[in-house]
Design a protein around this ligand. Structure first.
Ligand code: AMP
Ligand code: MG
Length: 417
């Protein structure tokens, strides 16, 4: 008899390690072809296609970092006080037209142009006003409280690199140099469907043995948060021909095709078989928990991910594999995944063999140290435990049970989950 490995085998020789699987994905996923020219407000969350250089110095002119008085440092006495005559005002957007001569100063506000002849700003708190004059001490230093042109960046500097994702700060950066149009990488299109005879959409009546399909709602949520274009192709029954047809349709319209269910070794699990026939299988089993059956490959030009059916497994594999792949497709160059070390508050059960992504709640204790607790029972069908979590507790493949008090690796969820 041909003995097949089940999903619960801890040491299946046909499984790839988590790290090997990630490496294979990194090697085989390239950015989608195609750029789109957009304006700033269309660009939030998209990935920049070409470097953007600044057409100007920022700040563009010498300006004050404080409210106070613009002076010439030569007027600061070496010891004792200096008295300076206030000859005008320089406000932000309303520069002082004249220049500051010996023995003079100009009232100045934050962001205002430092007038000709001045090179230093004395904070108003450090100046004593006496009629039209001010008195200042000897402690001031030449150039203090002044922002020089280009001290943030200069004309021609690359301010955002191709492959960076545009955050609100970056939109502001583009606006600060007056760049209104630039190229972003085309938004990938992702098509997905659930497979399973037992699945009903919300609003349908459950017959004995049926359950509601949760994975399409999870995928919808995660893909929406990633900002990709998504196409929900519904639920497909465990009929090989129908799954095959839908997969071909999906691959023709999308850059990425995601299914859930049917990726394991049960009698109604066709995903791997179909992928073998109509596409290429790169791998289909990973030594991770939850989520051992994860098919990854290609159907024509589309990337394909066959996620496990159990919702927590589908989420964990999406998070660890589909998300980074979509980021690579979007041309994103940097990986911002945060990994922390936290003290585990309770004992965690684990058998050596698979890398484990347990659901946890990470927080700070009364001493501001990071601690993490489990969300409780870790069934891969238990969305209640997943929905309480704010992190994965990442346990290495070879680890066994974790005693309370042990330092563990924690991967806080990005806002995808
Ligand atoms: P499968 O991977 O098809 O063997 O499914 C594994 C488990 O996940 C079974 O208990 C399925 O009923 C369940 N499952 C599969 N797809 C979904 C789905 N879309 N939503 C909720 N549960 C699912
Ligand atoms: Mg199934």
């Amino acid at each position: 008899m041909n003995k097949q490995a089940s999903c619960n085998d801890e040491s299946d020789p046909h499984s790839l390690s988590f790290e090997q699987a990630r490496e294979r994905i990194e090697k085989s996923v390239a950015a989608v072809k195609g750029k789109r020219c957009v304006t700033i407000r269309e660009a939030l969350g998209r990935v920049l296609a070409d470097d953007v250089c600044s057409p100007m110095n920022v700040p563009p002119f010498i300006n004050s970092a404080m409210d106070g008085y613009a002076i010439n440092a030569d007027d600061i006495s070496a010891s004792g006080e200096s008295v300076l005559k206030v000859t005008g005002k320089s406000f932000a957007g309303r520069p002082f037209e004249g220049s500051v001569n010996k023995g003079e100063c100009v009232r100045i506000m934050t962001g205002a142009v430092v007038p000709q002849g001045a090179d230093t700003v004395v904070m108003q708190e450090h100046a004593e006003v006496d009629g039209d004059n001010i008195k200042i001490g000897s402690e001031h230093k030449k150039g203090q409280n002044v922002r020089l042109p280009g001290d943030d960046f200069s004309t021609g500097d690359i301010i955002i690199k191709a492959g960076e994702r545009l955050s609100p700060a970056k939109l502001g950066l583009l606006a600060s140099v007056g760049v209104t149009e630039f190229n972003i990488i085309r938004t990938p299109v992702v098509a997905f469907f659930s497979t399973g005879d037992e699945l009903k959409g919300v609003g349908q009546t459950l017959q004995p043995g049926d359950i509601y399909d949760s994975n399409r709602y999870i995928l919808f949520g995660m893909l929406q948060k990633m900002g990709v274009e998504c196409i929900d192709m519904g639920v497909i029954a465990d009929i090989k021909e129908q799954i095959e047809l839908t997969l071909k349709e999906a691959a023709a319209i999308a850059d990425v095709v995601i299914t859930s269910g049917g990726a394991s070794v049960g009698e109604a699990d066709y995903i791997k078989e179909i992928l073998d026939e109509i596409g290429e299988v790169n791998f289909w089993k990973i030594a991770m928990k939850p989520g051992k059956p994860l098919a990854f490959g290609k159907i024509n030009n589309a990337l394909f991910f066959g996620l496990p059916g159990n919702p927590v497994s589908a989420m964990a594999t999406f998070y660890q594999f589909v998300q980074p792949s979509i980021k690579l497709l979007e041309g994103e160059k940097s990986d911002h995944t945060l990994r922390l070390t936290a003290r585990c508050l309770s004992k965690l059960k684990k058998r050596p063999g698979r890398k484990d992504f347990q659901r946890g709640i990470v927080k700070t204790d009364e001493n501001n140290a990071l601690v993490v607790d489990t969300t409780g029972i870790q069934g891969s069908h238990m969305l209640s435990s997943m929905s309480k979590a704010n992190c994965f507790i990442v346990l290495p493949a070879e680890a066994g049970d974790i005693e309370a008090g042990t330092e563990v690796e924690v991967q806080p969820f990005s806002d995808l989950i």
